[in-house]
Each structure stands twice: as C-alpha cells, then as structure tokens.
Write a protein that binds this ligand. Structure first.
Ligand code: NAG
Ligand code: NAG
Ligand code: NAG
Length: 295
C-alpha cells in the first residue's frame, strides 16, 4: 500500500521534469525541425491553387525534332497558377533506327513523348488512337484532354482562364467550323486545337460509335461521333480568341489580338517571329553581364 502512494506522489515531479526538459530542448534547438515537417514545403503552392488539370497532346511526327525543340521553349516558359497543365508530343510507331536512338534521348531528358500504336498517316485514325488509348496508357486522369496541331501557338494562361468557369464534364471546346459560325452545337471544332472533358475521352475508348468510324478528316469525325452518341451537351467555341494566322485562311483568319488563346497555321519563321513579338514573349529577360545582344 505504501509503495503505491510513494509512486503516485512522485508522478507529478516526473511530469514537471519532463515538461521542463522538453521546453528546454525547444528553446535550445528551435531550428532543427526538418523542412519535411513543414506543411508548406510538402505541398507546393502551385498544386494547392490548381483548380483543374489539362493534358495538351501536340500531334506531330517522329522526325520533327526541330519543331519539338522550339515548342518546348514556347511552352516551357508559360504556365498558369489556376491549372496543372502538361504538354506532350504524340506520334505513331517509330520506323527508323535513328529515331529509336534520338527519341529515346528526348524521353530520358524530357519525358514528354507518347508513342501510339499506329502507323503515321493523315486522316486514318491517329486522333481516334490518341483519345482511345489515353485512359489505358496514362498513369493518371486529367479533367481535360486537348488535341493540338504542331503549327499552333497556344497561350497557356488565357487558355486556362477560359476553361476555369466551364463544366468539367461532357465538354467539347474549340474553334467551331465553319469559320464564320458562332454556334458550337452545329458541326465540329477545328483540328487546330480542341478540348474534351475526361468522360468524353473515356467514352471514345469505350463506345463502338468511334471505333467503327475512324477514316476521314479527324476533327470532323470527332464532331460526328459526339453527335451520334448524343454527347457533349456542354460546348464552347472560343472566338475570336482562337483563329488562323492573318491572311492564311479566309474567314478563319483575323489580325493578332491581345486576348488570343490559339493561333493556327504558323508555318514560317517570320510568322512565328511576328507572333512572339506581338505577345512580348521575351519580356521577362533580365539584363546580365553574360549577354549584351538584346540592347
Ligand atoms: C498494336 O496494333 C497492332 C495492329 O493494329 C496489334 O496487332 C497489336 O496487338 C497492338 N499492340 C499493342 C501493344 O496494343
Ligand atoms: C507498332 O510497333 C509495335 C512494337 O514494335 C508493334 O507491336 C505494333 O504492331 C506496331 N503497330 C503498328 C500499327 O504498326
Ligand atoms: C507588349 O508590350 C507593349 C509595350 O509594353 C504593350 O503596349 C503591349 O500591350 C504588349 N502586348 C501584349 C499582347 O500584351
């Protein structure tokens, strides 16, 4: 009986001692807490602010090394705080030994390449293979998937801003054809760059409607599938923010405008130069002793 009382009487002293000891430790080593325990360090701000995700697949050809190099620069210096956006280059099977080497190097360096199980050919199902393969081959889902041409300039921040208020489901977004149309519920979105919500990407892979109808102009086919499947009840044609480069395609073209989301048919370097100058793409460049050529 007595021993028990002694133990009980000593307990508060032990507690006090521990408290004092720990308090001392805290005072002595206030800065040893690992940065890993800092919740801000674990969750980068970029991720907490992103409201949705978008995969941009640029359909191109294995041999277009220079184009990929250039587009990596164009998209590597752009971002949006409101969206998680990944840009990948998409093509069909490699056919040459040199491609297997050079593209393997690109994958090692950039991991931004998707090689589909198809043979390179315009209008014979590459877009179908692209959308229908994605749910199986991607390690994750995205809210939206875009198909874009490699002669298009996309402005990432205005693109994300235009998607922000739109539905995340059953959405078909782009530049409606014909050129002068403002009604996205008739016909289809131009192949320059259109976006489908993830449920529609899955539908393209699952439904027999697209699978049985893959030969023809790819952008037109997508519109036809969605119509036959009674899909894409949410549609958004982003005019005049999307257009063809001035003077290249009749009523689909107009002058460059500040609120641009996409410009299509940029085929020549002088046209790229005009576009990049107009949007001040190098304005973030800081003065440095390392270069003086920009004065
Ligand atoms: C690729 O496509 C070919 C022919 O279309 C088919 O026989 C083969 O099984 C496919 N391979 C894979 C990995 O899907
Ligand atoms: C693409 O390449 C893979 C692997 O070499 C092959 O199995 C497949 O049959 C090819 N697909 C087509 C459509 O040629
Ligand atoms: C580019 O910069 C110029 C000069 O600062 C400005 O007047 C113009 O509005 C900018 N263009 C765009 C598209 O932001």
């Amino acid at each position: 009986m007595k021993k028990k009382w002694v133990v009980l009487a000593v307990l508060p002293s032990i507690a006090l001692f521990l408290l004092f000891f720990c308090f001392n430790l805290l005072l002595k080593y206030p800065k040893v807490s690992s940065p890993l325990k800092d919740p801000i360090a674990i969750e980068p701000l970029r991720n907490t602010q992103a409201q949705f995700s978008l995969l941009i697949g640029i359909l191109t050809r294995p041999d277009s090394y220079d184009r990929r190099h250039f587009l990596r620069l164009i998209y590597g210096i752009q971002s949006s705080p409101i969206a998680e956006i990944h840009v990948k280059f998409v093509f069909c099977n490699l056919t040459k030994d040199e491609q297997r080497m050079f593209i393997a190097l690109e994958i090692l360096r950039f991991s931004d390449i998707i090689i589909l199980n198809c043979t390179e050919n315009m209008n014979s199902g590459k877009t179908y293979t692209y959308f229908s393969s994605l749910p199986c081959i991607l390690p994750r889902r995205y809210d939206y998937v875009m198909k874009a041409d490699d002669d298009v300039f996309l402005r990432i921040a205005p693109l994300a801003f235009s998607l922000q208020p739109l539905p995340r489901k059953d959405l078909y977004y782009g530049f409606v054809i014909p050129c002068n149309s403002r009604n996205p519920f008739i016909e289809y979105m131009s192949g320059m760059g259109f976006i489908l919500s993830w449920d529609l990407v899955e539908w393209i892979g699952d439904s027999s409607i697209p699978a049985n109808d893959i030969h023809g102009p790819e952008d037109k086919l997508v519109g036809k599938w969605l119509k036959m499947g009674n899909k894409a009840r949410n549609r958004f044609s982003n005019k005049p923010a999307m257009y063809d480069y001035p003077g290249t395609n009749g009523q689909c073209s107009h002058e460059l405008i500040p609120e641009t989301v996409a410009i299509h048919r940029i085929k020549r370097w002088d046209q790229w130069l005009t576009v990049l100058k107009f949007f001040n793409m190098t304005e973030a460049l800081q003065p440095s002793n390392l270069y003086h050529i920009f004065d």
